[in-house]
Structures are given as C-alpha cells and as structure tokens.
Design a protein around this ligand. Structure first.
Ligand SMILES: [Zn+2]
Length: 517
C-alpha cells in the first residue's frame, strides 16, 4: 500500500517535504525551506544558529521531528532517538528554488538526491558563491564537531574535507557535470579543504522503492522536473510548474504522461488568484515585448531587475539588449552560474554579455579562478558605464543600489520585472528602492510608489512586466481535467478550498498524518 505523509508545505506556499512510502521504504519529494514559518521567528538579524546544528530548527518546528538527520548536526542536548526513523531511499528534487531544496543539507549524508542536471549545477553554483550555511549545504557539506565540553556548540571541522552529496541525475551525467561537482574553488591552496565528490549516477541505474520517471516542466528556473512514481499505484508530483513560459510544451508532455496516475499531487500557488481583468495571463513572451518597448523608449542608463536565477528572463534581456543596441551587464556571480549552465548545454551566453566590475572584489575564489580567467575582457566598471550610459542594460536589484553611488547616473529607467511584494518587509524595501531611484532621477517601470494620506508610502505593481512561474487557476483546472486522477492532493497553496470547491475527489492533507491510497 502506498502512503503519503506531508511533513511540510500542505497548506502554505513552499517548504515542501512530502514522504511517499510503499512497503516500509520511501522517498521524499523535495525537502525545502519553509520561508513563511522561518519568518514567524527569524529575520535578517536574527537567524537560526548553524553552530547549534538542527537544534533550533527542531525546537521551532521548522524541521519535522524525525530521525533522519546528519548526526554531526545533532548537539548533545537534542535527542532524536525517540523520533520516527523513516527509511529514506532518496530525495526527488523538483527544482533548485530554496523553498524546495533548502533543508536538504540537514539530511543524513547517505540519502542521495534525484535531480535534473540543471538543478544540480544551480545548487552547486549557488553554494560556491554564497557564505556557508546549513540551508545552503545542498550539493556538498563540511562536517561539524562539538567544540565545547558539553557538546552543544558545533563548529566546522577544520581538518575534514568537504564531502559531496550523492546525486542520481535524471539524465546520464556528462563528464563536465561530474567535474563541476568534484571541485571546490580555492581547494588548491596549501591549507585549503578539498572537496571529496559524492557519486553521480543516472537515476535509471539506481534502485528505489518505486519505479520513477522524471519529466521536465516549465517554471521560472531551469531544470524544473515533475515525477511519476509507480508502486502499487501511480502517483504524479508536479513540483512547481506553468504552461505560459517558453517551455510550456514540456509541461504539456508531462500532463500526457501523467494520465496513468491515480493520485495527483499538485502545486496551487495561484489557485486563489484571479487573472488580470482581461482574463489574459502574462506570458514570458509578452513580458519580453513590454520590456523591449520600455528599453527602446528609454534614454540614459537602463537597469533591469529580475530574479537572479530566472535564466529564461536573463535570456530575454540578452535578446532585448541585442535588439536595442545595448550591452547587458550582469554581476560576476551570475556569469559564474551561466558559464556552468552553458557548459552542460543548458544556457546561452551571448558574445556581448558583459560583467560588472565591483570596486574592491578581489578575494572571491569563484571569480578569480573561473570568471576572470575566462571572461576577463568582458568586465566593465562604473566609470566606463558612466561615460556611455546609453550603451548598457545593467542587471541590478535593490541590493545593488549602492553601486549607483559609484556610477553616478542622472536619469534613466529602472525596469522591475519580478514578483510583487507579498509582505510588509518587501514593501518597505520597495519604498527604499524608490528613494534610491529618485535620488538619481531614475524613472521606475513595473512598479511605482505613491504617498497616501497620512504620509504612508505604498508600492504598486504593473502586471505586464512579470510572468509568474506558476500555472494560472485556469491552467491548473485544465491540467487536472486532462490527468483526471482518482485523488487530488493540493500542496504549495494558500487556497486549498479552491480545489475542494471545484473537484469532488480532493484530499486535504494534515501535516504529519499519513494518507493511504
Ligand atoms: Zn519554484
């Protein structure tokens, strides 16, 4: 008998941790970080302490109380032996957004991850370029050891090498991928820790409690994958998906394949949201058009702000730059990732793509070992941009506004091409962003801020500048109708009632309570 236990992500957006079991053996579908729940307790200056391993996360119910975690992350004052020890054969990763992969680093090191080559590259690339944290330990990890007598304080073991997690790739892994996984930048230094890579096989060659097939789907990040698992019955898991992106056809292919599934576990991010008044979902193509027209009508510097890992949008802006006679300038970090994706054949790096030369960044290993040697002639600094403002589209976001103090533009356009603010902290950041832009006489497109009566500033957003990564309500209904499953399990949504009202075979899971099929 197949059973599904949703440990997290049943009734909110993100943090998916779904355990699917057959005959005592099982797999997790995603093991993500639940930003909403983290936000109940934490913010930028109050974070969970990596030096306490999983202690803080377990006590705040940010990780399920299970006995499945890395022993080196368990301090002596946390006893996990009474928690259920699930048999976890693998984590099947849908995509490399942190709300799907951000807690994988806490799992026992012998649990392999099934993932697409793009997801593997993005996770490793992200880990290479950000400061180490338990949440970021998706592709490799460095063991921790107690460094106080009581065994409560866990610090990184300076003598031990980094270890790579084992991967089961959804395509036969190329040599390029294997070699990308086998190096930690800076490891050639005399005292530097090396990376001992894990295994990287093809998932066809591995043994799981289910017969598993992986299906690419379209989402706002490369490499998104849906899965069909066949045991006693067939279960389809969508991960995050949409139909209105450039790869919408791959989602349609998955829908065809999923017709055999009797259980459909589907995301429903936009189930509660109506479309724009004219009923049209903004598509990736129409966003590209609107942004191109905005660039054409602009003079002076153009800044494009979109999610750093939305490579499809980045490709759109490469195209826009070419058509409008400008050069696209990306942060060095994005170039590092693009280079890795291009190496496995999953992204295009146009000849004219430039890299922003930040003042004072000399010690970043991924930059000095990869980006500078390969793309040294593509760097452009603040002075070169200032001298030829009409020549560039800069890929900056709010957090890069400090660089405007070096470039010192006067006028220009800021295109905001990402999701709307969905909480108060984000709204405050938009007001700050707006102040930065006003300071340099830059006109915002895609959002605006108005001062309401009483002096409060309110940001508002223009829908046509961003296409969501998620299927619209109408598309969700179409997908469900096509697959026509016996049972529908909505997840990753704040609107489960939309499913329950519309379909009569909806199962509303309670977190931690198994559903048997
Ligand atoms: Zn996602």
């Amino acid at each position: 008998m197949v059973s599904l236990t949703i440990y997290d992500g049943a009734s909110g957006i993100g943090g998916n941790k779904l355990y699917l079991e057959d005959g005592g053996r099982g797999v997790f579908l995603d093991f993500g970080k639940n930003f909403g729940k983290y936000g109940f307790f934490y913010e930028e200056f109050l974070k969970n302490r990596d030096t306490r391993g999983i202690h803080d996360l377990i006590h705040l119910d940010l990780l399920p109380k299970l006995n499945i975690y890395r022993p080196d992350l368990i301090p002596r004052d946390l006893d996990v032996r009474s928690y259920p020890a699930l048999d976890v054969s693998a984590v099947l990763l849908s995509h490399a957004h942190m709300d799907h992969c951000g807690n994988v680093g806490t799992l026992r090191t012998d649990v392999p991850m099934v993932a697409s080559p793009e997801s593997i590259v993005i996770m490793k690339g992200m880990q290479d370029t950000v400061n180490a944290s338990i949440e970021g330990d998706t592709a490799y990890f460095s063991s921790r050891i107690p460094s106080d007598e009581a065994g409560l304080y866990l610090s990184s073991d300076r003598k031990a090498n980094h270890h790579g997690r084992d991967f089961c790739c959804t395509e036969r892994p190329s040599e390029v991928l294997a070699s990308f996984l086998s190096r930690k930048l800076g490891q050639d230094g005399r005292n530097a820790k090396k990376l001992e890579p894990g295994t990287c096989c093809c998932y066809d060659d591995a043994f799981f409690p289910f017969e598993i097939s992986a299906h690419p789907v379209d989402h706002s990040i490369f490499g998104a994958t849906a899965y069909i698992l066949r045991g006693d019955i067939a279960v389809a898991y969508t991960g995050d998906f949409r139909l209105h992106g450039k790869n919408g056809d791959s989602t349609r292919e998955f829908v065809k394949a999923a017709k055999e599934a009797s259980v459909l576990i589907t995301e429903g991010t936009r189930a509660g949201r109506s479309n724009s008044p004219d009923g049209e979902t903004t598509s990736e193509e129409s966003v590209c058009d609107v942004c191109r027209r905005t660039v054409e009508a602009s003079s002076g510097l153009v800044i494009a702000d979109f999610s750093a890992r939305n490579f499809e949008r980045l490709e759109s802006f490469q195209e826009i730059a070419q058509k409008t006679g400008r050069e696209l300038v990306v942060p060095a970090k994005d170039m590092y990732m693009l280079d890795a994706l291009a190496a496995i054949g999953s992204a295009g790096v146009s000849e004219s793509l430039r890299i922003y030369d930040e003042i004072g960044n000399v010690s970043r290993k991924w930059e000095s070992e990869v980006v500078r040697p390969k793309y040294g002639d593509r760097y452009v600094d603040h002075a070169a941009i200032r001298n030829n403002l009409n020549n560039f589209i800069l890929c900056f976001s709010f957090f890069d506004m400090k660089h405007l103090l070096d470039i010192k533009p006067d006028g220009g356009t800021y295109i905001y091409s990402a999701c709307e603010a969905f909480n108060e902290e984000m709204e405050i950041d938009f007001v700050r962003l707006w102040h930065w832009l006003s300071r340099f006489n830059i006109i915002p497109a895609g959002f605006s801020v108005v001062k309401a009566d009483g002096g409060k500033y309110n940001p508002s957003f223009e829908k046509q500048f961003h296409a969501s990564g998620h299927a619209s309500r109408e598309d969700l209904a179409w997908v469900i109708d096509q697959i026509d499953p016996d049972r529908i399990v909505p997840i990753h949504t704040e609107s489960r009632e939309w499913f329950a009202d519309r379909f009569d075979n909806v199962v509303l899971a309670e977190e931690g309570i198994p559903i048997e099929f």
